[in-house]
Write a new protein. Structure first.
Length: 108
């Protein structure tokens, strides 16, 4: 297999800085810097296939995004407005979605 120089390439949030020693199995490894300025070592295959896109900050960001609704947290961390909307929906006092409810509740 020919040598593939990945220095300077951007893969997801990672920028490839340079080559480091191979794994015990002979796989090429690369030193990368993430957008959050964390350096990490990744195999060439993981970079090329797209399996590794960041140092783990991307996973954390996606978890935060997935764990919130409309900018309001889940699991007893909801704002009072969101809690009121949920209660209204439960008691069938409104059919508005949350964004419409926010517009209606906004002070004039």
């Amino acid at each position: 297999m020919p040598f593939i120089d990945m220095t300077g390439k951007k893969c997801g949030r990672l920028l490839v800085i340079g080559r480091v020693e191979n794994t015990r199995k002979g796989q090429a490894r690369w030193l990368c810097r993430c957008q959050c300025n964390v350096e990490t070592i990744v195999t060439g295959y993981a970079l090329r296939s797209g399996n590794t896109k960041s140092c783990s900050c991307l996973r954390n960001d996606l978890t935060v995004e997935r764990s919130t609704r409309h900018g309001h947290g889940r699991r007893k961390k909801a704002t009072q407005t969101y809690q009121r909307w949920k209660n209204f929906r439960h008691r069938k006092k409104t059919t508005l979605d949350f964004l419409e409810f926010l517009e209606k509740e906004k002070p004039q």
